[in-house]
Design a protein around this ligand. Structure first.
Ligand SMILES: [Zn+2]
Length: 71
């Protein structure tokens, strides 16, 4: 057995590679892609940042009028 094999965890996921299932795009995303909630300590939102941003932008443009894009 090499030292490398000896130091390897068996059946334990590394927290560094933690992923979370996005309820919106239905994909497994890195945990970093999920924004932290202000309340609830380490609880994460159910949507990844891409989905949150896309939905927020869509709701914003819809509220302002879909034809208006003055960025
Ligand atoms: Zn998503």
């Amino acid at each position: 057995m090499t030292p490398e094999e000896h130091g390897r965890w068996n059946g334990t996921d590394s927290p560094l590679h933690e992923t979370k299932f996005c309820a919106h795009c239905q994909r497994q995303r890195p945990i970093e892609e999920f924004a932290r909630r202000r309340k609830g300590g380490d609880a994460r939102q159910g949507w990844c940042r891409d989905c949150v941003n896309a939905t927020r932008r869509e709701a914003y443009s819809r509220a302002k009028g879909a034809d208006r894009d003055n960025a």
